[in-house]
Design a protein around this ligand. Sequence first.
Ligand SMILES: C[S@@+](CC[C@H](N)C(=O)[O-])C[C@H]1O[C@@H](n2cnc3c(N)ncnc32)[C@H](O)[C@@H]1O
Length: 483
Amino acid sequence: MSSPGPASRPSTAKKRPYRKPAQDPARRLAFDALRAVDERDAYANLVLPALLRKAEQDVNFTRRDAAFATELVYGTLRMRGSYDAIIAACVDRPLGKIDPPVLDVISLGAHQLLATRIPTHAAVSATVDLARTVLTDGPAKFVNAVLRKISQHDLDTWLEKVAPPYEEDAEDHLGVLFSHPRWVVSALWDALGVWQPEAAGRTAMEELLAADNDRPAVTLVARPGRSTVEELRSALDEDATEAGRWSPYAVRLAEGGDPADLRAVRENRAGVQDEGSQMVAAALAAAPLEGRDSVWLDGCAGPGGKAALLGALAAERGAALVASEAQPHRARLVARALEGNPGPYAVITADGTRPAWKAGSFDRVLVDVPCSGLGALRRRPEARWRRRPADVANFAPLQRGLLRSAIDATRPGGVVGYATCSPHLAETRVVVQDVLKGREDVEWIDARETLPGVPHLGDGPDIQLWPHLHGTDAMYLALLRKR
Ligand SMILES: C[S@@+](CC[C@H](N)C(=O)[O-])C[C@H]1O[C@@H](n2cnc3c(N)ncnc32)[C@H](O)[C@@H]1O
């Protein structure tokens, strides 16, 4: 990074005239977002909208700037693993020795050079201008030198150079190619091997990891009895929408559609919800049950997506929903999600492992437990770098405790759903098998039968969804019946 300063130049050297760096609000905003993610452990999906709202107060900040900044932030965070490997090949020191803000600027430049159609000279000069604005001149020169090296090859050529051969280390190879930590590649591969043994080879893994890097389409839920798929589609440009593939309540928006423009969303009759989450709620509601069907519990309800769909489904059947959540601020979100629910409901703040209700009170119970979130990596670009293998072990006691309490809360003949947005085996089937050990009062229900026509769910009785096979988050669901 050291470069001779002006004073040490030979006196004959021609001084370049000083040029003020061009100000570029989109790249600057993207840099600020990356810093917030690095420094404050901020979530990109929270920090970016806040920065955009602020920037949009300036009339010169256009929609195009907003879209570009969003692409830079999400793309750079998501592909960080691949870019780090490429940057490491272009510098003569370990990446840990590069100042994090300098590395952020280089990564933003790498993303423009390797994954956008921005011409090379524009990507380099605009990023060096950013470096001159947010760093000092020395680091800006370093950024310039590294970006020039990166610009010598396209992404595929670089990946071929920096990834270890597949035959030598398949997990590392895929991890570098598809920008996933190695332990996540291993965990996903283990799970895919159990659920889809016929289709868990290299190609399937490449498809799964590539799907994690795709930005998911925005999916809406038309809450039954309150809105319909037809209403949502006709309120939008119909050609820019698609009915869901699996959930009868889902509408998928084409790029650029804004859910906030919809009256049904503003009135809480519809919402934004991944189709996988809709399928979990619908499957619990469809599970066969003996006798009464009038009181349901969502034991881990925050922020309330599934509770809102369950509330609407319960109302159609004349049943009531109790939505419980441990965190008060998340319980408030649940209350907002359920506002206007056509049937009776209550939102309570309670620790689901120390229930605030009498055992055997409920006919249907869902626990969508806290988990590593490895099934929703496409939504949270920084999550894969933040999670650690130890997180999975740390969630284990809570997941088991919540499932035990859910079973206790269910009356004989009633049903329990255990869900995660992770396919990690230690958070899914292993938890249910552990909890059921030695319990004679619970039996499995074949969850596949609650989702007729949906392929690739596994051999049962529980189900696992996959981004590359279903276009949903990788949700897991086990359905159980209390004897
Ligand atoms: C995966 S999220 C649930 C998502 C929710 N079902 C939805 O669709 O919007 C898990 C939730 O469980 C809550 N939680 C964590 N520990 C809990 C506990 N001991 N009892 C009840 N809820 C808990 C978390 O605060 C979080 O809101």
